[in-house]
Design a binder for this molecule. Structure first.
Ligand SMILES: [Zn+2]
Length: 207
């Protein structure tokens, strides 16, 4: 897959779920996929935009990655393997088919690794499952994504998971609109592109 340097912006976070947004760090999945994670630092840049990681946590990961780039590279590779498995599993859900057993297996392995370093905090209201940051180390981003994916896959929200209709997009999103008729990852990008394409088609039709 082609890797391209991309500066993440808030408009890249449109999936409505951490796991979905992580899958969307690849764009144009179907036609010519482009991987926007060109390094571990970039993964942290993305994580910061999701609002699911606090600044101190991210700063700690940044220091650790800088001190051991080889470890950071390996953690990024594990995150990308999870992303590929999740794309298959989530994409299958949008298509109404069963995902490949290899993808399910890879996702389950990643989720179990996250579960191994999780702690149940019963004193929180409501009780929650926390990742032990020290044990999770550089894998904390992937672990949190895996935990989010399991929540989504076992939740009625899964029925609202959709794929953008944009011609060169392939992004997934959870449609939280009341009517459930959202068709694009973002109306201002893919939605407009689609409108322009239809307009051009109509023009051609009348020439
Ligand atoms: Zn789109």
């Amino acid at each position: 897959m082609k890797i391209s340097a991309h500066r993440f912006r808030p408009m890249d976070i449109v999936g409505g779920d951490l796991a979905v947004d992580f899958v969307n760090t690849v764009t144009n999945w179907d036609v010519a996929p482009s991987d926007w994670l060109d390094g571990y630092e970039r993964l942290l840049e993305w994580a910061a935009l999701t609002g699911r990681f606090d600044d101190a946590e991210l700063a700690g990961l940044q220091r650790r990655a800088a001190a051991d780039p080889k470890d950071a590279g390996a953690a990024l590779a594990r995150a990308k393997a999870l992303r590929l498995a999740l794309y298959e599993v989530l994409r299958a859900a949008t298509d109404g088919r069963s995902p490949s057993s290899e993808a399910v297996e890879a996702f389950m392995i990643a989720w179990k690794q996250a579960a191994l370093v999780s702690q149940l905090d019963l004193s929180a209201v409501p009780p929650r499952l926390d990742l032990d940051a020290a044990q999770a180390g550089l894998d904390i981003v992937a672990h949190r994504v895996a935990a989010a994916a399991m929540e989504l896959l076992t939740d009625p929200r899964l029925a609202r998971l959709k794929r953008c209709h944009g011609s060169r997009c392939g992004w997934l999103f959870v449609d939280t609109s009341k009517a459930g008729r959202r068709r694009w990852c973002d109306m201002t990008t893919c939605g407009n592109e689609e409108k322009a394409r239809r307009y051009a088609e109509r023009r051609r039709g009348t020439d």
